[in-house]
Design a protein around this ligand. Sequence first.
Ligand code: ZN
Length: 183
Amino acid sequence: MLGSPPEPPRPPLPAAPEVEPDPLDSTQVNGRRCGRGHLNDPRLGQCAFCGLPVEDGGGQLVAGPRPALGLLVFDDGTTYSVDAEYLVGRMPEGDSRVAGGALRSLAVEDPSGAVSRVHAEVRVSGWDVLLADAGSRNGTFVSGPGEPEWTQLPEGQTHRLVPGTRVRLGGRSFLFESPSGVR
Ligand SMILES: [Zn+2]
């Protein structure tokens, strides 16, 4: 965390046996730990939280609670931590997946009226953040890092968000930021 005093290095954690995450528990993920015990995407060589090398652990992965995978930074400065899966739209709270607790409501206002009541889904799978259009009227568009143009997501297709990707819904947009995301 920014601003916190540096922690003294701790001795490395003992090698943990490989653990299969409970498939019913979507908050668990397989990864590798740094010397301070932060769980990381196994595709990274350095800890996304403290920069220490991520231990190879003899090639075995350990299961643990999934950390937040990044931030959705909206055009008005509002941010949402990707520590849950979201349903984005003008009135997502009316959807059964929000009422049932599968997705968290992320309501956006759009003066142009081009955002659908239920517009797009932000999902997580392992260490990846995925975007899909949720049957919106005007479509969901993405623009990868350094790409000048917008590309519409085909219906029913998920798109992995790499850090620096912009997403446009109607008259609104957000940027996906992640210190730990694999590009
Ligand atoms: Zn760390």
